[in-house]
Design a binder for this molecule. Structure first.
Ligand code: GDD
Ligand code: MN
Length: 393
């Protein structure tokens, strides 16, 4: 274990109208960080109310009784929102480690020294506090809808960055320890809420990442600032980070559809009945799609992966077969029961199926092995590990 008294940490807390939470947060941080003289708290505040003066009051009280020092950066222009505030904080950090956390006590202050300690012990660049590994819990997300959105955006992000996020079950968390020295802050384009994803995905090289489980608690006071606009910003962020892999996947899928029609046409020209022609065309396109995708979409993941060639082929074919059947049933159902126009139904289903197919291939067929232990990860089991996997373990 690391000698706690040697660890210097800056706790970065972005705040927007969080006045009623400040004193309690500092009190609990003070307790959690006793015996660590190098530690301090840095509020990066964009509030439009009296939060800054509350922070200044708490800072003065801390100085008076010799508690953990409290600093404040107040921004008149909230450039980049929450993420912009975090980057501004990271620039101002003078310690080797920083821990980013929310100001509403949904993130337990007691975990701050654990996150940084793990990073130092194991020589990591980032330690993510995850709601989705053993012992973690997203309980504090209000409403099933936010849970669904949170889980599916995490899966989508992991599909788009399978290597960079190979050890990360919760790329959306706002709670993490980071060594600012490992980052190039000038490359980041912070906006919206998802600063961690930006840090992990945008840098010039993959970072060394570890995880710790945590329970996302209830807000101490006040209301969440997350909005629908944040969701839209998130999709824009994903798009700007990378569409490369996904668009190659889409292009190959499109070419497959064209090939399929061409084969049916050709075989019919040669006098074959259309039924066997359909079967042959489907078989040929499934196979060529798979080979093209191995070569042009997931090539870099093949030797990092869990399965051999035949096993990947089997999984891919099984998915495509099942998906085709389910999609036809779904189209018939929405047309008959929900009275959608058949064309609309088919178009919607194709888009949905495309995203699911991409996620399945990236997260199951080509899923990279972890390089950090998964701590009995629930998310990992649900997504990747199959029965066969488990027998081997
Ligand atoms: N400086 C600054 N500027 N801080 C902000 C801003 C802003 O524009 N918007 C929000 N914050 C602060 C809040 O004051 C709070 O301390 C923290 O950012 C998180 O905001 P919440 O409003 O509490 O967000 P949440 O609880 O809905 O979302 C949290 O959980 C998400 C995971 O589901 C955050 O941690 C997100 O980053 C995280 O993705
Ligand atoms: Mn919150």
């Amino acid at each position: 274990m690391v000698d706690r008294s040697l660890v210097a940490i800056t706790v970065i807390v972005p705040t927007f109208n969080e006045g009623p939470n400040v004193a309690e947060l500092v009190r609990r941080l003070d307790e959690a960080l006793t015996g660590m003289p190098g530690a301090c708290v840095l509020f990066v505040d964009d509030s439009r109310d009296d939060t800054p003066s509350i922070i200044e009051g708490v800072a003065a009280a801390q100085a008076e009784h010799g508690g953990i020092p409290v600093r404040l950066i107040h921004r008149e222009v909230a450039l980049g929102g929450l993420s912009g505030a975090v980057v501004e904080g990271l620039r101002a950090v003078e310690t080797e480690w920083a821990v980013v956390m929310d100001g509403d006590l949904q993130h337990p202050p007691e975990l701050v020294p654990v996150l940084a300690g793990k990073g130092i012990d194991q020589g990591l660049d980032v330690v993510v506090a995850s709601r989705y590994i053993g012992g973690g819990d997203a309980g504090g997300l209000d409403g099933w809808w936010r849970k669904v959105v949170s889980t599916s955006s995490a899966v989508l992000a992991r599909s788009m960055f399978p290597l960079r996020l190979r050890n990360v079950t919760d790329p959306m968390t706002g709670f993490f320890a980071v060594r600012p020295g490992a980052l190039n802050l000038d490359l980041l384009r912070p906006r919206g809420f998802k600063i961690l994803l930006e840090v992990l995905a945008r840098g010039p090289k993959p970072l060394n990442v570890g995880e710790e489980p945590f329970v996302f608690g209830e807000r101490f006071a006040g209301d969440s600032k997350a909005t629908f606009t944040q969701g839209a910003l998130y999709l824009k962020q994903l798009a700007s980070l990378r569409f490369g892999r996904m668009s190659r996947f889409a292009i190959i899928g499109g070419m497959g559809a064209v090939l399929n029609v061409a084969i049916v046409w050709l075989l019919e020209m040669l006098g074959m009945d259309y039924r066997p022609a359909l079967v042959i065309a489907a078989a040929v396109t499934i196979l060529t799609n798979f080979l093209l995708q191995e070569r042009f979409v997931f090539r870099d993941l093949i030797d990092q992966g869990r399965f051999g060639f035949w096993s990947r082929l089997g999984r891919s074919v099984a998915f495509n077969g099942t998906e085709a059947v389910l999609r036809s049933i779904a189209v018939i159902w929405v047309v008959e029961a929900a009275h959608w126009l058949p064309v609309v139904a088919q178009a919607v289903m194709i888009v949905v199926a495309f995203v699911l197919r991409f996620v399945f291939h990236s997260q199951v067929v080509y899923r990279p092995r972890r390089t950090q232990p998964a701590l009995g990860s629930a998310a990992d089991d649900a997504l990747g590990a199959t029965a066969a996997d488990k027998q081997v373990q």
